[in-house]
Design a protein around this ligand. Structure first.
Ligand code: SF4
Length: 222
């Protein structure tokens, strides 16, 4: 057996076990966080079309146990219709979906309700809102609060606040609990073990994904 066929067999075996994939839909972002892993910002123009994402999902699904697609970026909502369409497509073929967003679109209650409705009607399952000291320099925490309130009891399977913090951070998981006026379960325990909290009475998991700052991408000097 040649090295090439050993590597190919290993690759196909790895591929066949994939259950979740993340698609960086665009490198463009309307803000430019100091710690951005993807080095995203307003000057980046790279983005994927609906057809490219569909082709990738179809091809991966045919070779794997894929059950969840995560849409991240950059800021995926900048894709507009292409984002809603690819979420709808995933939903139509039975794949779960998660959107990671900086929440900058929640500029007032109307805009927040509109986006939440678009996402729900597209079939989105999980909504992740990224917020921390770096995001908060450009996206007001009021946006985060509007989304958190508006997404409550709407039928998402999970609404998660992604918080990246360290010992000197202001926006920490504890800060957000005080800011939002409620106790919110954390996804990682003190040892860094992942635990998914139980769903609330309305069937949705509400939680804070409490991770540390990682020295990667634009944040490698932090
Ligand atoms: S919002 Fe996210 S994608 Fe945009 S610059 Fe900040 S970390 Fe990067």
């Amino acid at each position: 057996m040649s090295w090439n066929s050993i590597i190919e067999d290993h690759y196909m075996e790895m591929l066949s076990n994939i259950r979740e994939t993340a698609i960086a839909t665009t490198d463009q972002c309307n803000i430019k966080c100091e710690h951005c892993l993807m080095m995203s910002g307003p000057s980046r123009k790279e983005k994927l079309s609906y057809l490219l994402m569909k082709r990738f999902i179809d091809s991966l699904r045919a070779k794997s146990k894929l059950n969840t697609v995560v849409f991240t970026g950059g800021e995926s909502t900048l894709l507009g219709e292409d984002l809603f369409s690819i979420i709808s497509y995933c939903s139509s073929i039975g794949l779960g979906t998660r959107l990671v967003t900086n929440g900058s679109w929640a500029i007032n209650n109307c805009a927040t309700e509109d986006m939440i409705l678009y996402l729900l009607e597209s079939g989105l399952n999980e909504l992740n809102i990224s917020t921390d000291d770096f995001h908060a320099k450009e996206v007001s925490l009021d946006c985060v609060r509007r989304i958190w309130k508006c997404a409550k009891g709407r039928g998402f399977s999970a609404v998660i606040l992604g918080v990246c913090s360290g010992p000197e951070s202001r926006v920490t998981p504890q800060f957000l609990e005080t800011f939002l006026g409620e106790k919110i379960p954390y996804i990682y325990d003190a040892m860094g073990n992942k635990q998914i909290p139980e769903p609330n009475q309305d069937g949705t998991v509400y939680a804070i994904s409490n991770t540390g700052i990682a020295p990667l991408g634009r944040g490698r000097h932090l």
